[in-house]
Design a protein around this ligand. Structure first.
Ligand code: FMN
Length: 219
């Protein structure tokens, strides 16, 4: 492997014009959850790689935003659910401040969706049901990792994985207490469609009382 000492790569002139599609007020659904479901379905059909991957932003006690990618696992009128370790850095941040935001980027469709809301833990029964659906090796992997904590080296992790697998030969294991879901209950959605000359389409849904107010935003 050749290593370079270059800290700078010229990206300033990388740019693309988006011209595939448009988004207007007459196409969108009045219900942002349905609008989101429609766009997610189109991303799946378009064979976007990891269409359910979303950048999840949380905020720590100092007000420092942090962001990482997680996988959306359920989406309905209750909100957007993902699964993680309840002792991870993101979990600690959500315990201190339940506000979170996510962004999806679907390059093949030149689309992005942003969602903001408040996070609650999913019901234990829902986390149990999803954990049971995961492949056995992923179940073991979840138990083997104290997510977000330092580890001396990789072999410690692999040894823990092998031990756990040997202790539960070929079966399913119950969900550990420190693993489960969160649901983002949204109060804002934004649907972004890339357009030509940076005149992109942006449609915002803001929760006001018991209704969603829809507005077009400037790009
Ligand atoms: C495509 C992709 C999907 C991921 N999905 C998840 C996920 O669903 N849950 C999760 O805990 N981490 C997931 N990760 C790992 C997270 O990005 C992150 O490394 C981990 O959750 C630790 O974050 P934290 O230390 O901020 O808590 C995923 C990473 C990538 C690149």
């Amino acid at each position: 492997l050749t290593q370079s000492n270059n800290a700078e790569i010229g990206v300033a002139d990388l740019r693309r014009d988006y011209r595939q599609r448009f988004l207007n007020e007459s196409q969108i659904h009045a219900d942002p959850f349905v609008q989101f479901a429609n766009w997610l379905a189109e991303a799946i059909t378009a064979e976007v790689m990891e269409p359910n991957a979303m950048s999840l932003a949380t905020v720590d006690a100092a007000g420092q935003p942090t962001v990482r990618i997680v996988l959306l696992k359920h989406s309905d009128h209750r909100g957007l659910a993902f699964y993680t370790n309840y002792q991870s850095r993101k979990a600690a941040e959500l315990a201190g401040n339940p506000r979170a935001a996510v962004a999806f980027w679907w390059p093949e469709l030149e689309r992005s969706v942003r969602v903001e809301g408040t996070t609650i833990k999913t019901d234990p029964s829902e986390s149990d049901a999803y954990f049971a659906r995961r492949p056995f090796a992923s179940q073991i992997g979840a138990v083997a990792s104290d997510q977000s904590r330092p580890v001396e080296n990789r072999s410690i992790l692999e040894a823990r994985f092998d031990e756990l697998r040997a202790a539960h030969p070929g079966q399913s294991i119950p969900r550990p207490e420190n693993w489960g879901g969160y649901r983002i209950v949204p109060h804002r959605f934004e649907f972004w469609q890339g357009r030509q000359s940076r005149l992109h389409d942006r449609i915002e849904y803001l929760r006001e009382g018991d209704r969603w107010v829809i507005r077009r935003l400037q790009p």
